[in-house]
Design a protein around this ligand. Structure first.
Ligand SMILES: NC(=O)CCC(=O)C(=O)O
Length: 270
């Protein structure tokens, strides 16, 4: 386990895992074990976070038969785990079947096991054929976790600064980003996440998968970045749990030092 010091207020554990393509049950057992490893560690986290599409991976050809119907199974075990262990969970994202459509959906649960957010990925990634198989979400989502206003984005979404700015304007101080982001775009990953943190003066917490599917290799490098753009924690390229602490008061400090939200001139931008 990669460990950061624990003087800050919210302690986060990122489950940077491999994903078995097209094997929801195997993935569920595996992620559950990692969740247990995180909560039974010597420094129990306040929030645990999973990567993008962890139930199926990008098994798009069979997605209609293996996606979780209404997310029912995933919601049930994540909610129970959150309540049983009194831990907040950002449930990465899963392939969810809603009627005849499939969405890439993030759930967030509080310590009581209540679902506090459901976000369907707005921007579908053509390079991985998402738009051919999945339906796009229509609504930016903010939510409260540990009394902290937070925002949801999934992977490719971070290439759209308008979305993160919208979430920041709705009050988000922390952006959670589950991902399946592969080589060769490590430079884009680090740069875009850091830019979203700096330009919105918010924490960015991103959990990427590792492992190889076909000829695509996912590099991990999960990140926790502070509102000044400094990296608090970064994963390697192996399966591991990455931990780091965030203190939301830092958001106000950075925003008062360089008051970009007061200096914006939105009447001139569009
Ligand atoms: N799963 C994704 O959305 C991947 C996004 C990605 O790799 C990118 O470069 O953007």
């Amino acid at each position: 386990m990669t460990q950061n010091n624990r003087t800050n207020r919210i302690h986060i554990a990122l489950l940077q895992s491999d994903i078995a393509i097209g094997e929801p049950e195997i993935n569920k057992q595996h992620l559950r074990k990692l969740c247990e490893q995180a909560v039974y560690s010597s420094e129990k986290p306040d929030v645990i976070m999973l990567p993008e599409m962890w139930n199926t991976g990008y098994a798009l050809d069979s997605i209609h038969t293996i996606a979780d119907i209404d997310g029912a199974d995933t919601k049930a075990w994540l909610s129970e785990f959150a309540r049983e262990h009194s831990v907040n969970i950002i449930g990465g994202s899963i392939a969810e079947k809603r009627g005849q459509d499939i969405y890439n959906v993030m759930y967030a649960f509080n310590r009581q096991g209540e679902i506090v957010a459901e976000y369907s990925k707005i921007h579908l990634f053509r390079l991985m054929d998402e738009e051919k198989y999945l339906s796009a979400g229509e609504k930016p989502v903010t939510f409260e976790l540990e009394n902290t206003s937070s925002g949801a984005s999934i992977c490719y979404d971070i290439r759209f600064p308008e979305l993160t700015r919208t979430l920041a304007l709705k009050g988000a101080k922390v952006l959670f980003v589950p991902a399946e982001w592969p080589y060769p775009r490590l430079h884009h990953w680090r740069t875009l996440l850091t830019a979203r943190a700096i330009e919105n003066q918010m924490y960015v917490v991103a959990c990427n998968r590792v492992g190889t599917s076909g000829d695509t290799t996912f590099f991990g490098h999960s990140l926790i970045i502070d509102p000044w753009g400094e990296i608090i924690a970064e994963g390697g390229e192996e399966e591991q749990i990455i931990t780091g602490g965030i203190n939301v008061e830092t958001v106000s400090e950075v925003r008062s030092r360089i008051p970009i939200f007061e200096d914006r001139r939105p009447e001139l931008y569009f």
